[in-house]
Write a protein that binds this ligand. Sequence first.
Ligand SMILES: NC(=O)c1ccc[n+]([C@@H]2O[C@H](COP(=O)([O-])OP(=O)(O)OC[C@H]3O[C@@H](n4cnc5c(N)ncnc54)[C@H](OP(=O)(O)O)[C@@H]3O)[C@@H](O)[C@H]2O)c1
Length: 172
Amino acid sequence: MAEVVVYIAHSVDGFIADRSGGLDFLKPFDGYDFGYDAFIAKIDAVIMGANTYRACRTFSDWPYPGRSAIVMTKGPPIDGDGYAVFDGRTPAEIMEDVIQAGRRRIFVVGGGGVVRAFIDARLVKKLILFQIPVVLGGGAPLWPPGRRSVPLTLVKAAAHRNGVVETEYDIS
Ligand SMILES: NC(=O)c1ccc[n+]([C@@H]2O[C@H](COP(=O)([O-])OP(=O)(O)OC[C@H]3O[C@@H](n4cnc5c(N)ncnc54)[C@H](OP(=O)(O)O)[C@@H]3O)[C@@H](O)[C@H]2O)c1
């Protein structure tokens, strides 16, 4: 079976990007080893929202080379632009194809609407969260309202020496 993991950084007040969609609040922590390289090495497919995709395309390099990338959109499907495939179907339908294609470790990159849709569909098995020591006051929320409450089992809690708090939860 596939394992679907959310791995994401958020401010203390629950935002994953600032009001202009920027990620400057993460910059003070660049270069610190949060285990991302080991995490991404095992991932064979990534799923993200259209804004996150657009943000990724502004980076000098595509951050997910060699992996299937699916972009959720309510707009028309775009069949591959060399980086990602745009897909307007439900999380369950998307996952069916991803598993059919032999992908087993799936990274739900964000934003919050995509994370919520995958959790509401009971597809996410693990949440790995990095709470950044900053209050942003606004921006893109990690947790827009959802359809159901979700009990979580804490499997890791670690305070990094730079003030970032890492929590890992399993979802049964
Ligand atoms: N801190 C972190 O670790 C982290 C991680 C990921 C992203 N980010 C940042 O977060 C920001 C983006 O987050 P966001 O919440 O604004 O946007 P997002 O989820 O990346 O994109 C939102 C768009 O994705 C599509 N979408 C989302 N949920 C959908 C669903 N259930 N079904 C169909 N389509 C869906 C829609 O696209 P259409 O409008 O095309 O229909 C929607 O307008 C970016 O600035 C990114 O850099 C930060």
